[in-house]
Ligand binder design. Structure first.
Ligand SMILES: Cc1cc2nc3c(=O)[nH]c(=O)nc-3n(C[C@H](O)[C@H](O)[C@H](O)COP(=O)(O)OP(=O)(O)OC[C@H]3O[C@@H](n4cnc5c(N)ncnc54)[C@H](O)[C@@H]3O)c2cc1C
Length: 401
């Protein structure tokens, strides 16, 4: 194994680190306490600078202005920009657009690419991904109830979705709906592009999550599709291939998420250590850093973060060499390992900060609220553990034949 970073990538990462400290982290105060319009203006100005530095949307294909990064480089980039909740948006690589870009690139027709993919990569429009439904278990999407029925040259879509993240202000949704209820379970559903100004696309609310409904990109929409009519040419990939496309969307996306979470974990760890050194806890001038319990937390967390990081880099390295299918076990494992490591880092950093940790005077409480979902989306911990555990155990089953 060799995770050696090229000279060129090292320079890029150094540029990103400096930009994050000087230009992105200072915008967080506006996000936590300020005015959304001032924040939007600050983000737009930072995006412009990123474009001028040639680092806009680097994870995308070269023909669309990206840098054609390997999976390992992609991961290191996500880790660097993940250190702030604003990093992905400032660099043009935020979910759910990044995943939608991947599937539009792989499955889109030339017309779909021209109309949706190019402006999405250029940051002119935003998108959303509409699969989960309040009334069916998202962990088993073969239960999906939303339908897309053919009517002449159109599909008519009906159904209720929620956690359609970033639907507020998005130009289009990629919707997963049942096109053939009689097909085998994994061939029943398809992905269809729905412009959000189509009559029958109803964003009914931004779902309040941990006390905040959010807006724009930082929101999770409930959408009711009510006789929503789109041309059949909006079908993405072949009819019935919704599950196959969803799998494609998730593989590289996990490296992206896991390394972003490791960026969060690293910053939370650094904040925990800095606070422990500052906070005097007795009249002799001893600090929290002088207490063994905090020293143990530091040691344990550092070891956990290093271990998690090596696992993700190894998964990325394997995807680069053998493809996502060969790295299936590694991809399942990193999803639950890193989500828990990141949440542990945020929780311990909050504990060391005491009351300050639960205020919005630092970024920690924001992460505590917004990143809890990491153990749920893209496959809940239990689902990944079950499928990985089942595969592992099967390999040791005695040959009964
Ligand atoms: C922050 C956030 C953003 C999201 N963004 C999007 C988005 O943009 N688009 C979209 O379509 N969806 C999105 N989702 C939805 C997400 O994909 C679903 O929440 C997820 O698939 C789980 O589905 P569910 O919520 O219906 O939970 P359920 O399927 O009802 O499962 C509930 C819990 O049951 C347990 N469980 C489930 N299955 C098993 C099993 N087989 N064995 C043991 N335990 C099990 C797990 O603990 C799980 O958390 C988002 C969710 C969150 C939290």
């Amino acid at each position: 194994m060799d995770f050696q970073v090229s000279e060129e990538m090292s320079v890029r990462l150094a540029m990103i680190d400096e930009f994050m400290v000087k230009e992105v982290v200072p915008l967080e105060a506006e996000m936590l306490h300020g005015d959304p319009e001032t924040l939007d203006a600050g983000v737009a100005a930072a995006q412009e600078k990123v474009k001028q530095m040639g680092l806009w949307a680097p994870n995308h294909p070269v023909e669309y202005g990206g840098l054609g990064l390997s999976m390992v480089d992609h991961g290191l980039f996500a880790e660097a920009v993940g250190r702030s909740p604003l990093g992905m948006v400032v660099f043009g690589t935020q979910a759910p657009d990044a995943g939608n870009i991947e599937i539009l690139h792989k499955y889109g027709t030339p017309e779909q690419k021209e109309r949706w993919l190019r402006p999405l990569i250029e940051g002119e429009i935003r998108s959303c991904f509409s699969m989960t439904e309040p009334e069916t278990a998202g962990s088993n999407p073969v239960l999906l109830a939303a339908t897309a029925e053919v009517d002449g040259d159109d599909y008519i879509i009906n159904g209720q979705k929620w956690f359609t993240s970033s639907a507020d202000g998005a130009a289009f949704a990629i919707v997963m709906a049942v096109t053939d209820p009689d097909a085998p379970p994994h061939q029943r559903a398809s992905m269809i592009i729905v412009p959000t100004d189509t009559p029958g696309f109803n964003l009914v609310r931004n779902v309040s999550v941990m006390g905040h409904a959010g807006s724009g990109h930082a929101s999770h929409g409930e959408v009711i599709y009510q006789s929503c009519r789109v041309p059949r040419t909006n079908l993405l990939g072949p009819e019935g291939s919704g599950f196959a496309i969803a799998q494609d969307r998730l593989g590289p996306g996990r490296i992206h998420h896991c390394m972003r979470w490791l960026g969060i974990a690293a910053r939370a760890f650094e904040m925990m250590c800095a606070r422990a050194n500052e906070r005097v806890i007795d009249e002799d001038g001893n600090t929290l850093a002088d207490r063994q319990v905090i020293q143990h937390w530091g040691a344990e967390l550092d070891a956990e973060i290093r271990g998690a990081r090596l696992q993700v880099l190894h998964a990325a390295w394997r995807i680069d060499r053998e493809g996502a299918k060969a790295a299936r076990d590694e991809i399942s494992a990193i999803k639950f390992v890193v989500a828990n490591t990141m949440l542990e880092a945020v929780d311990r950093a909050i504990q060391v900060h005491g009351a300050l940790g639960v205020t919005d005077d630092t970024i920690l409480a924001y992460w505590y609220r917004h990143e809890r979902g990491a153990r749920i989306y893209d496959g809940a911990d239990e689902v990944h553990k079950t499928s990985l555990g089942r595969r592992l155990l099967r390999r040791y089953k005695p040959d009964v034949g």
